[in-house]
Design a protein around this ligand. Structure first.
Ligand code: UDP
Length: 481
């Protein structure tokens, strides 16, 4: 079998992999980024199979340049789960149902290909399609678009399920995972919050399926998660649960230049001093309550720091986009009266969606108040921007704890924002700490160090990311022969 360093362009360019993406920008973006990376650095051809729903808007939003020669994107016919869900069906269950409905579509797409592809990669919600790889005699890989710590919790959850009887959130002690940082009960991923819900059973199933693949790619880097990655390699208890190798291949993010920004934001950002602007955004789907939005507005205003805030109406019947271009002073349900007028010299509001990577890369941006989605975390650190961690859903509480306690690049509210409205005083204090205090500067320095170390690990041939991908490709190639 060829070793990683034996891979050359002519051998890897023969390879063709399928990457299955679940619906949602936060899932599609890292898949496309991986496909681009495989093409640009290793000459590997990818077909991205994109599971869609009638409502999938992400292709319009993602706006990611794709390697046209080596990356093909196929939008599978929309799946319809409307007859399978009720008003209380949780997000993880919905995603699992969509991906289950998509299994025959994936199989048909593979069958229709002229030549059998060389490997199947699936993202976190695609593990039910892994057995299609067996049907076509292909190696199969999971692409974990979150942390190694999240992966450890997911594969170990079936064991916790046997050991612990009550709800995890009621546990008096941290949850122990072999070789890894213990998990605060309140930080568990959403599906572990209620063991009686269907999404918990789906999550248990996913954790077990993750262990059945030939390897797991994680969009993280050795430098940031050395302890957890070591546990996968060396801890006997962990290895008895997960035998397949875990490969840190990141941090992979979209590559863009701040010059690609829409001119209205660029002009404004260009006029602000270096590292003076706090970027505020809650990912592709985060929405705050009206009360929380008001407190955040007050906190920002009173901090007197500059901000660029991607704001979403708290309700479906919020104001329309034109509101934000109105000349301030407008009344509404969720911004304090006169907020826009009073902050017009220090702040800018962007309705619903912004070019996040371009904004984070702009030299004027010096902090990021965000929901701790993993893609956004990678984008912030690789721009050297420290954070205010405001976790909302999914595995974001784990990410927040890692940013604050392990990496030292973020501050966070004392009580989780999912438990209690964060008041304006605390917000004002966090914003000042991050943007105007030496503690914030220390976090900024650390973020820049993490960025440098991660970038070196990514670009150097001897770095963990390159070694990981070469190893995976040579394993695939060995099976291909
Ligand atoms: N994003 C963006 N503009 C926005 C909101 C989100 O470009 O206004 C992108 C962001 O850069 C990231 C992705 O959407 O790449 C969100 O992924 P993440 O994992 O951070 O969170 P999710 O939205 O999946 O919760």
């Amino acid at each position: 079998m060829a070793s990683g360093s034996d891979m050359d362009d002519s051998s890897s360019s023969k390879l063709h992999v399928i990457i299955l993406s679940s619906p949602g920008a936060g899932h599609l973006i890292p898949v496309l980024v991986l496909a681009n990376r495989l093409a640009a650095k290793y000459g590997v051809r990818s077909t991205v199979l994109q599971v869609t729903t009638a409502m999938s808007p992400e292709t319009n939003l993602v706006n990611l340049p794709i390697d046209k020669e080596l990356v093909e994107t196929i939008r599978l016919p929309p799946v319809d789960i409307s007859n399978l869900v009720g008003p209380d069906t949780k997000v993880v269950t919905q995603l699992c149902l969509m991906m289950r409905e998509a299994v025959p579509l994936v199989r048909s797409a593979v069958t229709a290909m002229d030549r059998r592809p060389d490997a199947l990669f699936v993202d976190l919600f695609g593990s039910e399609s892994l057995h299609i790889a067996d049907e076509f005699n292909m190696p199969k890989y999971l692409y974990c678009t979150s942390t190694a710590w999240f992966l450890a919790l997911s594969v170990y959850c079936p064991i916790l399920d046997e050991k612990i009887e009550d709800q995890y959130v009621d546990e008096p002690e941290h949850l122990k995972i072999p070789g890894c940082k213990p998990v605060r009960p309140e930080d568990v991923v959403d599906p572990m919050l209620d063991r009686g819900d269907q999404q918990y059973r789906e999550y248990l199933r996913m954790g077990m399926e993750f262990t059945l693949c030939d390897g797991i790619l994680v969009n993280t880097c050795e430098d940031w998660e050395a302890k957890t990655l070591q546990a996968f390699r060396e801890n006997e208890s962990m290895k008895s649960v997960l035998k397949s190798p875990v490969y840190p291949i990141g941090p992979l993010t979209r590559q863009v230049e701040p010059t690609g920004l829409k001119s209205e934001f660029r002009d404004w950002l260009d006029k602000q001093p270096n590292q003076s602007v706090l970027f505020v955004s809650f990912g592709s789907g985060g929405v705050l309550s009206a009360e929380q939005t008001r407190e955040l507005a007050w906190g920002l205003e009173l901090s007197q720091q500059r901000f660029l805030w991607v704001i979403r109406p708290p309700t479906k019947h919020g104001v329309d986009d034109a509101f934000f271009t109105a000349n301030g002073g407008a009344e509404d349900d969720y911004l304090p009266k006169g907020f826009i007028e009073r902050t017009k010299n220090i702040g800018i509001l962007v309705p619903k969606w912004a070019q996040q990577v371009e904004i984070l890369a702009h030299p004027s941006v010096g902090g990021f108040l965000f929901h701790c989605g993993w893609n956004s975390t990678l984008e912030s650190i690789t721009s050297g921007v420290p954070m205010i961690a405001w976790p909302l859903y999914a595995e974001q509480r784990l990410n927040a704890t890692m940013l604050v306690e392990e990496l030292g690049v973020a501050v966070r509210p004392e009580v989780l924002p999912t438990k209690k409205v964060v008041g304006w005083e605390e917000i004002e204090k966090m914003v000042r700490t991050l943007m105007a205090h030496k503690d914030g500067q220390a976090m900024r320095d650390r973020a820049k160090q993490l960025k440098t170390r991660a970038t070196n690990g990514l670009i150097s041939e001897a770095g963990s990311a390159n070694k990981s991908i070469c190893k995976i490709l040579s394993n695939i190639e060995a099976k291909h022969k």
